[in-house]
Design a protein around this ligand. Structure first.
Ligand SMILES: Cc1ncc(C[n+]2csc(CCOP(=O)(O)OP(=O)(O)O)c2C)c(N)n1
Ligand SMILES: CC(=O)[C@@H](O)[C@H](O)COP(=O)(O)O
Ligand SMILES: [Mg+2]
Length: 640
């Protein structure tokens, strides 16, 4: 009799026997593989937390108690057990989010997918419970990878201070982020893992003594009672206990009974307590268990029986970057690379294989990566820090005050810039070109195709007295877009034969093909358009003002927030140059975008050729004093 479909909420777990719980775990794994192999998603992390999530929801009473997830990519099982079992459109428009979502469920709290924040949330909630005398347990699940993030230690420092403030921290230790987790913390967790922990000793002793009841029970009670001395003897003080946190573990993270026992003890403790659980990423699905790269951390659709991807990988922006980095590494010994626990996803694996002594994986620690890069540059090297655009947000101050203030030659390569879509609001790389406009001296490039990516990366690493940024989209790199001619540092991609064209369209980065389509649509309306790619969007090229002056209107199009982006910078630059030409900037609206495919999101926010062409047509019509809906509707018709 299937069990999973009979679980409508966590309390339905209470009536299950241990055998039924094992069956449920098996059903969940089968469900995850069947479903996520179709939709793509974080299969490996979720296969690793099946028993842990079951035990959490049996010991704690969500939503009365709060169960919090760090990063949230491993919350699929949590969703299955809290009334959400339709994964058919996971991460798709109208489907379940790939992360916790308050709109989906009262069981969800943290929606963002940025790592290392859960302990901060938990600290705040625990403080609120204490002040408001609320009888609520707070449980925070954090992975070993997320524990390498600085914010986690800021929170732990606070949590450890209040011995009387209940808070359960579950360390989900699978020894991996994508790749094996690096650093001193990982080594310490390994020590704790291998030390025959007090809990395991007790469990073994209990098991042994249960088999000899006459001697067993009193002896077990004595051992349990002598726990302080025994524990110190068996399990040397770990870092967590040195901090003042009670430590329970290591616990087999796939043994529901052991997990429930440990979690129940932690629940009763009455202060901050760490439950160290040992899990296996990808557990129960052989292709994932065998995958040494990242245990199927995040996958696209796969053949469930083999684990092989349905679609062969095409040339991506990431792979173009990775290949060029290897060439650069051969040409220049001073070039080193940095990743924040994402060596493979940012395309630095080949560089690492070629130059193992010149790659630094700093863990999920983007702030440290930026400051360390300032140190590397000051030490005579040229660091290239490759990171997803959205994850650089948290290192803004380090870029500003450590790298830029000290005029360090550091190159930041921002992958997944612009709308990414299916990973939801917190993953879109939509803030970088606004945020980095603020950094004095920083130079920023947005390549339009593979050739420009290679060229602009090379230009960037030549700069040794300021931070440089190269940012590009997620996924398959677009078609080559040739230039008609170069003006200043900019490439003219298309120009009409007239002396004073109507529109100067400033095309930023990977949107070049769309901008050329806009120009074609405008042609149909009798509107002449010059398309220019600035290549380096910061600082604004001095040649732009005189070029703009020869047009009736300037239009900018960028895959970044409209607020403070390239459009704003161009507008300010033209004003400063005394060029009084109307400007209309198109970009991402300053709001959080729900998960959907990139194309669906771009359509929804009107960042498409027909939408922009229609609006520009209306703008030009207004200039001609002949604006009416009809004109705009004509372009609407041009969509087809
Ligand atoms: C600030 C930030 N940097 C990078 C990432 C990308 N990322 C997502 S999950 C992950 C690894 C997390 O490892 P861990 O916390 O151990 O969780 P596990 O996947 O092992 O369950 C990384 C680096 C992120 N989500 N947030
Ligand atoms: C949870 C997380 O932050 C990463 O796993 C992210 O989902 C990966 O994104 P890509 O799939 O674009 O590499
Ligand atoms: Mg991990």
């Amino acid at each position: 009799m299937p069990l999973l479909t009979r679980i409508r909420g966590p309390r339905d777990l209470d009536r299950l026997t241990l055998e039924e719980l094992d069956q449920l775990a098996e059903e969940i794994r089968t469900f995850l593989v069947d479903s996520v192999s179709k939709t793509g998603g974080h299969l490996g992390p979720n296969l690793g937390v099946v028993e842990l999530t079951i035990a959490l929801h049996r010991v704690f009473d969500s939503p009365a108690d709060r169960v919090l997830w760090d990063t949230g990519h491993q919350a699929y099982v949590h969703k299955l057990l809290t009334g959400r079992q339709d994964f058919s459109k996971l991460r798709g428009k109208g489907g379940l989010s790939g992360y916790p979502s308050r709109a989906e469920s009262e069981h969800d709290v943290i929606e963002n997918s940025h790592a290392s924040t859960v302990l901060g949330w938990a600290d705040g909630l625990a403080k609120a419970n204490q002040l408001l005398k609320r009888d609520q347990h707070v449980v925070a699940v954090i992975g070993d990878g997320a524990l390498t993030g600085g914010m986690a230690w800021e929170a732990l420092n606070n949590i450890a201070e209040a011995k009387d403030r209940p808070l359960v921290i579950v360390v989900n230790d699978n020894e991996r982020s994508y790749a094996p987790t690096i650093g001193g913390l990982a080594n310490h967790l390994a020590t704790l893992r291998t030390t025959d922990g007090y809990e395991r000793f007790l469990a073994r002793t209990k098991d042994l003594l249960d088999r000899t009841p006459v001697v067993g029970k009193p002896l077990y009670e004595t051992l349990h009672g002598a726990k302080k001395g025994l524990k110190d003897f068996i399990a040397p003080q770990g870092m967590f206990e040195d901090l003042g946190l009670k430590y329970v573990g290591p616990i087999d993270g796939h043994d529901v009974e052991a997990l429930e026992s440990a979690l129940a003890r932690a629940k009763r403790f009455g202060g901050p307590v760490i439950v160290h659980c040992l899990t296996e990423k990808g557990r129960g699905y052989e292709p994932a268990e065998q995958d040494e790269a990242d245990r199927f951390h995040g996958i696209g659709p796969i053949h469930p029986d083999t684990g092989l991807p349905i679609k062969a990988a095409a040339a991506s922006w990431t792979s173009v970057f990775g290949d060029e980095m290897v060439k650069l590494g051969r040409e220049r010994e001073d070039i080193v690379a940095i990743t924040a626990a994402m060596l493979q996803p940012v395309g630095l694996k080949k560089f690492a294989d070629a130059f193992p002594e010149r790659i630094y994986d700093v863990g999920i620690a983007e702030q440290h990566a930026a400051v360390s890069a300032a140190g590397l540059a000051t030490g005579g090297l040229h660091p290239v820090f490759a990171v997803y655009a959205t994850f650089l947000n948290r290192a803004f101050d380090q870029v500003l005050m450590d790298v830029a203030l000290h005029k360090c030659g550091v190159t930041f390569v921002l992958d997944r810039a612009g709308v990414t879509g299916d990973d939801g609001a917190s993953h879109n790389g939509m803030w970088d070109m606004s945020m980095l406009q603020l950094v004095p001296g920083l130079r920023m490039a947005a390549p339009r195709d593979a050739e420009q990516l290679r060229a602009q990366l090379r230009e960037a690493v030549e700069v040794d007295d300021a931070p440089t940024v190269v940012r590009y989209s997620k996924g398959v790199v677009g078609p080559a877009v040739p230039a008609v001619r170069r003006v200043g540092g900019m490439d003219v991609l298309r120009e009409p034969g007239t002396d004073r064209p109507d529109v100067l369209l400033v095309s930023v980065g990977a949107l070049a093909p769309m901008c050329l389509e806009i120009a074609s649509l405008l042609d149909k309306q009798g509107i002449s358009t010059t398309v220019v790619d600035p290549r380096w969007v910061k600082p604004v090229d001095e040649a732009l003002a005189p070029l703009a002056e020869r047009h009736r209107v300037v239009v900018t199009v960028e895959d970044n927030s409209r607020v403070g982006g390239v459009g704003s910078a161009v507008s300010q630059s033209l004003r400063d140059a005394g060029v009084d030409v109307p400007l209309r900037d198109f970009g991402i609206p300053p709001r959080f975008l729900d998960h959907a495919s990139r194309a669906q999101v771009m359509t929804e926010i009107g960042l498409t050729a027909p939408d922009i062409a229609r609006q520009v047509t209306g703008l030009v019509a207004k200039l001609d004093g002949r604006y009416d809906r009809t004109t705009a509707d004509e372009v609407e018709a041009a969509r087809d």
